[in-house]
Design a protein around this ligand. Sequence first.
Ligand SMILES: [Zn+2]
Length: 437
Amino acid sequence: MSDDYDLVIRSRRAVLPYGERPAAIGVRDGRIAAIEDVDAALPAAAEVDLGDIALLPGLVDTHVHINEPGRTEWEGFATATRAAAAGGVTTLVDMPLNSLPPTTTVDALRVKQEAARGNVLVDVGFWGGAIPGNVPDLAPLHEAGVFGFKCFTSDSGVPEFPPLSPAEQHEAFSAIAALDGLVIVHAEDPQALTEPAAGDYGSFLASRPPSAERSAIEQVIRLVEQTGVRAHILHLSAADALEPLAKAQTRGLRISAETCPHYLTLAAEDVPDSTSTAYKCCPPIRDTGNREELWRGLADGVISCVVTDHSPCTPDLKEGDFATAWGGVSSLQLGLSAVWTAARARGHSLSSVIGWMAEAPAALAGLNHRKGRIALGHDADLVAFAADEPHVVDPAALHHRNPVTPYAGRALVGLVQATWLRGEVIDDTPRGTLLHR
Ligand SMILES: [Zn+2]
């Protein structure tokens, strides 16, 4: 007699789409085939009882820079996806820049996919890039399965991925609208950015003011209105931009926004000194008042997603001061714990955190029919999360290639104990698949 299910997982704290409750989840052929009362009889080949450990849907991180090939010494598919699995992320979407070649043509996408194939512990999809001159490449990339197109309004930090001028933005957005595609925008107005006057954090912060984000976002809103494209604002840091975003959303324009764990959990006041460049990222981490406004933006729904912008480099590039160091904070493994620690302190539920870190990013990428929720028919991508477990961040325990982190020594709550991809515990076997739009 065969069992009905390959695996049953029971938890007193299953985070389901309509909230937290005790439940038993039955898995068959890698998919969620039953959601029943916690003590329901479900004949299964294997069974796990988590007790009071929470059961979450796997997180979906739509903002990850895996720099392989080309800058594999910064980060690679094996190390990044190992960190992801350890942090409860079962799906990630890779950014089109910092690897070489950048993902701005179908040939470059094929190169990326070849580097990833057979090397990933979680499921991986790809964003394409919109740069000056590649409008003819956008439709082929769309057909080849990228989830949308990233562009910059200001310098990207790497020469092979130049920003789009306002006229080029109009042209690219129109082309993407014609595909009914999605454009995702690094929005800082180059006219409002300056060179830092010195190497300290205050000078760096002053060189990238909130007005730079607000002005670029207002320009994106105008282009959404003119072209009808669906747009998403990446890594929102400046709370000043919440007002125009909220107004645009109220008017029915198709524009969404994300923020990142570091903007929600760190603050400019925390940066110890001018050598603490683990805190450097663009746009910058601002003051605590701004941070609390971002939490309000999340609670109000103006910001829908919290994703990491995991953007590592080699430690030597982080040396020096805030004027010279590479920008980027890498938190694939820590994002859930960091955000949950801060969310809980502000009275938010684990369900809300999962909404921001799994359900909304899955919807952004159009993966919500199979990812981001514990729902019948969805992939059995699941996480056992000890939500009350205190721990202190030890960089030596991080799996990404260069574990430089501003979270070193931080006391957090909530630890991932196990992660399943399509019903299989993630171990060292690369069972991740490559995803297409
Ligand atoms: Zn990024």
